[in-house]
Design a protein around this ligand. Structure first.
Ligand code: B12
Ligand code: SF4
Length: 524
């Protein structure tokens, strides 16, 4: 039977669709005879979604539609697609002034409406594409996957057409089996209307696949809008250098989706892939790994990669990544600067070692500071985004003061204008330790809908529990009032004005503690 695969990246902000690119590349390497096409709705204006999808299906007439869905959750401290969701939610929940509360309610309604509209629209696009393909190929099937599906696979199935395969995590081995006509029931997937997701499906290990350099000549040939991401210089094109994260941070699901076993893509292959992009004019790269240096034992791999990038003559590039800054050495710092790292995000979450330990993050904050000093000494002079999520677990005024002390030290190292505090509140995700903690502490009940944005559920999923929830609500509202354009720094300033700053040493030491029922996340 002839296979014709159409990859549809569902609407999304224009982030390079590296997931479907890798899938198409993998399939081509194994089945060069299979016809493929990439269609990215991230590059299409919303009013044209339906007509553009129709036109693509009519022309290509696929037998297999691979729908890739990147993101669903929108709680962020920045303007989202329907406004600033965090601000709206906080105004609605915490404002004392009825007019602000009303503004929050209206804004929240707008965000909620756009959220549900997007969910509904994507599901309709899947149905529409499949129905249309069946006019030409009655046997056509749909598979859905991608970051959003991996997180919400249990909820999404109910609204997809019967027979749709819902996939968790990496899709390479599933597509391979589908093309070989093999049974897929033991893969990380289920079939709507036929099978139900196995218990702990998401915890199953991904198939071990050794990644080779993506063949961009081929990708260009199957993607008519390929040039879109290459026209403007400000896109960071994704390159994956490894998969998996061995850590256990209590709120994080990456470590489950990608698995705890880190699989390194061979440095030569990564460089070969980058070089093809480089030759096409790309100078900005985002290493899309869950963590670029997941643990100290992967430092040598990072060094090897960066040395090979230099040896290949790519000396005028910039790159960015999520970096666990506890895993740096002076040599690595030097290479990071030499190879053009000009932005990185460190997700320390809190500047209090005690809380970092309670959240099971495995960070030593003292080491992070020392490594940041090494990075600065190596000549790093660009932007660092430090992600803080307040009030995750056992936050107190003391731990807030410690976070301020820690942040001020980072500012002393890099310069206050170079350290951007990104204030997030955790969006509770299924299959995480934090979810278990929420069950145990009666904050949510098993069977809750993690995708719900209804105010009474969203209030619990947007993690900011009392007793400190209202305090943070008030501080954030004040920050938006005082300086909406520099929200993160303003939050830090207000917290310092109200609570003061601890001495750094107290932030860096975590006293051994006596366990209480509230503290069950600790030390497991
Ligand atoms: C790197 C990254 C970023 C970078 C991207 C940089 C860049 N230029 O590419 C940055 C920092 C910009 C970013 C931002 C955001 N991100 Co982000 N990001 C990631 C991360 C760590 C990796 C994504 C990636 O590219 N992986 C590498 C590629 C190769 O993998 P992939 O795309 O997932 O594709 C594979 C599989 O998913 C699967 N697959 C994909 N499609 C399909 C389809 C089918 C049919 C099948 C079978 C399989 C399949 O196979 C592919 C190959 O193995 C993931 C977490 C993770 N570890 O996956 C979060 C993740 C994708 N991000 C997420 C979110 C929410 C965001 C934000 C919206 C956060 C926010 N609130 O602001 C923003 C904004 C994005 C936007 N749309 O504007 C969520 C999305 C799910 C959700 N919760 O809704 C994720 C999953 C994290 C999480 N657990 O919550 N992100
Ligand atoms: S280090 Fe980052 S990716 Fe790994 S489990 Fe922790 S938060 Fe998740």
């Amino acid at each position: 039977m002839e296979n014709r695969i159409l990859y549809v990246r569902l609407p999304c902000n224009p982030i390079f669709p590296i997931g479907v690119v890798y899938l198409a590349d993998h399939v081509h390497k194994l089945f060069p005879e299979v016809e493929q096409r990439i269609f990215d709705l991230g590059t299409v204006p919303p009013l044209d979604f339906n007509s553009a999808l129709d036109a693509c299906v009519d022309e290509f007439q696929p037998t297999l539609l691979v729908f890739s869905w990147r993101d669903i959750q929108i709680y962020a401290p920045v303007g989202g697609r329907g406004g600033n969701p965090l601000q709206n939610a906080f105004e609605f929940y915490y404002a004392k002034n009825p007019l602000i509360k009303l503004r929050g309610a209206l804004g929240g309604l707008r965000v909620t409406t756009s959220y549900y509209t997007e969910l509904w629209r994507n599901q309709e696009l899947i149905k529409r594409g499949l129905q249309r393909a069946r006019q030409y190929r009655p046997e056509a099937r749909a598979v859905v996957g991608g970051g959003a599906v991996s997180v919400f696979y249990e909820q999404l199935g109910s609204s997809l057409p019967k027979g749709t395969i819902v996939s968790v995590g990496e899709g390479e081995s599933l597509l391979e089996k589908l093309l070989r006509g093999q049974d897929v029931t033991d893969d990380r997937c289920y079939i709507v209307g036929e099978t139900t997701p196995r218990d702990r499906l998401i915890h199953e290990q991904p198939a071990p696949i050794e990644k080779s350099a993506c063949n961009y000549d081929y990708i260009e040939s199957i993607w008519p809008a390929f040039a879109y991401y290459f026209q403007e210089q400000d896109f960071y094109i994704g390159v994956q250098t490894k998969r998996g994260c061995p850590h256990n941070c209590c709120y994080c699901i990456y470590t489950v989706i990608e698995g705890k076993q880190v699989r390194i893509n061979p440095a030569d292959e990564v460089v070969k892939e980058m070089q093809q992009l480089y030759d096409r004019g790309i100078r900005n790269f985002w290493f899309t790994d869950a963590q670029f240096i997941p643990a100290r034992r992967f430092i040598d791999d990072a060094i090897e990669l960066l040395q090979k990038i230099l040896a290949a003559g790519m000396t005028d590039i910039h790159w960015a990544a999520y970096i666990r800054a506890d895993n740096l050495t002076p040599e690595l710092c030097d290479l990071m600067v030499k190879t053009g790292m000009n932005y990185f995000e460190i997700g320390i979450t809190s500047g209090s070692q005690e809380l970092v330990r309670k959240m099971r993050m495995g960070y030593n904050l003292r080491t992070v500071l020392q490594n940041c000093r090494d990075l600065k000494a190596a000549g790093f002079n660009d932007l660092v985004s430090v992600n803080y999520s307040f009030n995750v677990i056992d936050e107190t005024y003391d731990t807030i003061r410690q976070t301020i002390a820690y942040h001020r030290e980072l500012e002393r190292i890099f310069g206050a204008d170079k350290v951007e505090p990104a204030i997030f509140f955790i969006g509770l995700q299924p299959h995480t330790h934090l979810e278990e903690y929420a069950f145990k502490n009666d904050i949510i009940k098993p069977g809750y809908n993690p995708m719900s944005l209804m105010p009474w559920t969203a209030r619990k999923l947007l993690w900011n529990p009392e007793p400190l929830g209202s305090f943070f609500g008030e501080v954030c509202l004040q920050a938006w009032r005082r300086n909406p354009n520099d929200f993160g720094r303003e939050v830090m300033l207000i917290l310092e004005e109200r609570l003061g700053c601890a001495d750094l040493e107290s932030a860096l030491s975590a006293p051994v503690e006596v366990k209480s029922p509230q503290k069950q996340l600790v030390g497991v």
